[in-house]
Write a protein that binds this ligand. Structure first.
Ligand code: TEU
Length: 602
């Protein structure tokens, strides 16, 4: 790709397609705008001339560098999806800090609750030894359990307890960075000739930070160590130091860690912010326009780096493959086409990725106080879930430990919690993909009514608050933190309520339990072809799942106002989040029907 490349060439390129698709979604513009005879023939050079003074040459240099990183394009294959346990499983994410008292022992005590709910596999957020600057995502010792969570014996008991119940364990692998208290970093800092010095990004620079990259937790991405007169890179908190994957000895250490845990019986890993592990050689500075657009300066230099595919292929071959272990990558910022290149089965890299494109509507960031419009979710599902019928597979989630509650984004007042929680469950357990429940989803948990910054503990929120009060009054700054803080997802679960719901057949929990049982009973709801209906209907998400002669029709009213149902005549109602099935759909009403092939809706 060069400045002579035309928009249509860029749109035909996987990275170009993802960038332009994000721009189109953010600006609400249709795709044909790119591919038509006029705009399609416009070259990058012409855009540079037209936007002189606004988009600097460094923007085009950075864009071309990003485009030319990727020589491949996804292989379009529409063969039927190959069966795999992790496509049929229902995953449940546990955030050990707030799941249950007594750490690992507390989790073991809840395994029967999870088995009864229908959970097949647990994703366990970090339990490794850590100074907890970022709640465990800053690891000090990969081979040791954080004492407040328990012992390695407790860990072995958890693995055994899960396997006894036919369940699996996926741990969290945090290898984009370590804690600055990790012995590798301590040794590297102490001695510039230490072999561990190359495990990190140490730089000598006399005039300030080596480049203009900013941390995802606010401020510069560089720490300066006065005594050693050296800088070190940290894309997250000041105590989370980025690892240099260019260093073969570092990669060997990571493969050893993975094999050690897989030897213990762990079934796979969720790979933390794994798309950041390859940084552009020379750590070139970030473009200010991209930095403003994305909120993080320099991100275009590491979110889809030049050796990412090479490292993921090697990690899989050297550590995961020998154990047939499962891998799901957390990949913020990655688009549909890049996602296919990271996770399509023939690529031998990751099995699955978490895409975050559905979590915020266009023009909004997590810290914007706005009402989420579910018609956007429909748009994202229509572009993402069928992007790759053959090799590809999706993750289906609404919550995790990094985001405010999805329910509260759609319905901040909580006026429709009962139908809405059940609507989200119906989508998550009938669309094509692997459902990842976050602890508490099964009870319809909402955001916390925090009243002051003193109640906030999350390093990201506190870093942002410190930044914001430099330019706005504290109450205005707190309002932004309240909208997006991760602490909404990190408050202790109320087990009294969860156990009450377990005994109440009309509860959200039991609704999830019955839905999970329905999904488990039907291959069509897992591997069935997914066909979206009425694409232009903004307030109705309707689709069918068909496999052999089994067919389901699902519809969901995406609005708080009553509207007409579009269910086909003669269809058999199986599930609904309201009693009865009038011809209209009440606010956020959703239904699942079984239909026989003859009355299949067109
Ligand atoms: O999160 C990576 C990250 O950037 C998230 O904030 C992500 O962008 C966001 O969820 C998208 O909605 C991972 C871990 O999940 C997070 O808890 C850690 O703080 C972070 O990496 C650093 O390890």
């Amino acid at each position: 790709m060069t400045l002579n490349s035309k928009f249509r060439d860029i749109y035909a390129h996987p990275v170009g397609r993802d960038i332009l698709d994000k721009l189109l979604v953010q600006t609400g513009k249709p795709a044909w705008l790119i591919n038509n005879g006029i705009i399609g023939n416009v070259t990058l050079g012409a855009v540079q001339r037209l936007t002189r003074g606004w988009l600097t040459p460094s923007f085009f240099e950075a864009l071309l560098a990003l485009l030319n990183i990727e020589p491949d394009a996804p292989d379009a294959n529409n063969a039927a999806a190959t069966p795999a346990w992790w496509k049929e499983a229902v995953f449940y994410q546990i955030y050990p800090r707030s799941f249950a008292p007594n750490g690992l022992r507390g989790i073991i005590a809840k395994l029967d609750y999870l088995r009864d709910l229908g959970v097949d596999a647990i994703w366990l957020s970090p339990v490794y030894d850590s100074p907890n600057d970022d709640n465990g995502y800053d690891i000090r010792d990969y081979y040791k359990i954080l004492p407040e969570f328990g012992t390695m014996d407790d860990m072995d008991a958890l693995i055994a307890g899960l396997h006894e119940r036919g369940m699996k364990l996926v741990m969290d692998l945090v290898v984009n960075h370590t804690s600055d208290e990790h012995p590798w970093f301590q040794a590297a800092l102490r001695d510039e000739h230490s072999p561990y010095r190359d495990f990190y990004f140490f730089r000598v620079s006399d005039n300030g930070p080596p480049n203009n990259w900013t941390s995802l937790f606010s401020g510069s991405a560089w720490n300066y160590y006065q005594e050693q007169k050296v800088w070190a890179l940290h894309l997250f908190s000041k105590k989370q130091m980025d690892l240099n994957w260019e260093c073969p000895a570092l990669r060997e250490e990571i493969y050893k860690i993975v094999r050690w845990w897989l030897n213990k019986g762990v079934d796979g890993f969720r790979l933390d912010v794994i798309n950041f592990i390859s940084k552009t050689e020379g750590l070139p500075k970030g473009d200010s326009f991209v930095g403003t657009l994305m909120g993080y300066t320099g991100i275009e230099r590491y979110f889809y780096g030049p050796r990412l595919h090479e490292y993921l292929k090697e990690l899989r071959a050297r550590a995961f493959e020998p154990y047939k272990a499962f891998s799901v990558g957390e990949t913020p910022g990655i688009g549909v086409q890049m996602g296919r290149l990271l996770s399509d089965s023939y690529r031998r890299e990751l099995d699955l990725i978490f895409s975050f494109d559905h979590l915020e509507t266009p023009g909004h960031s997590r810290f914007d106080d706005y009402r989420y419009d579910l018609s956007y979710l429909k748009r994202i599902y229509q572009t993402h879930l069928n992007a790759d019928r053959g090799h590809g597979w999706n993750t289906l989630f609404f919550n995790n430990h990094d985001n405010p509650k999805f329910l509260s984004k759609v319905d901040p007042e909580g006026a429709y919690v009962q139908p809405l929680a059940r609507l989200l469950a119906i989508l998550q357990l009938t669309l094509r993909g692997t459902p990842f429940l976050y602890q508490g989803d099964e009870a319809g948990t909402q955001n916390q009514p925090f009243t002051s910054i003193d109640e906030i503990h999350d390093v990201e929120s506190l870093g942002l608050y410190a930044e914001l009060i430099k330019t706005m009054p504290p109450n205005k700054a707190f309002k932004r933190i309240l909208a997006g803080t991760r602490d909404h997802a990190r408050t202790p679960l109320c087990w009294e309520e969860l156990e009450r719901q377990r005994g109440d057949p009309a509860s959200v929990r039991q609704f999830y339990r019955n839905l999970i049982a329905l999904r488990r009973s039907s291959k069509a709801l897992i591997y069935g072809e997914l066909v979206f209906l009425r694409p232009k209907d903004k307030t109705l998400l309707s689709y069918t799942r068909t496999l052999a002669d089994e067919c389901f029709y699902i519809e969901a009213n995406l609005s708080p106002t009553t509207r007409r149902s579009a269910a086909p005549c003669g269809a058999e109602l199986l599930f609904g989040n309201y009693a009865g099935s009038p011809s209209t759909l009440r606010p956020y009403e959703a239904r699942i029907y079984r239909i026989n092939k003859l009355s299949k809706p067109m």
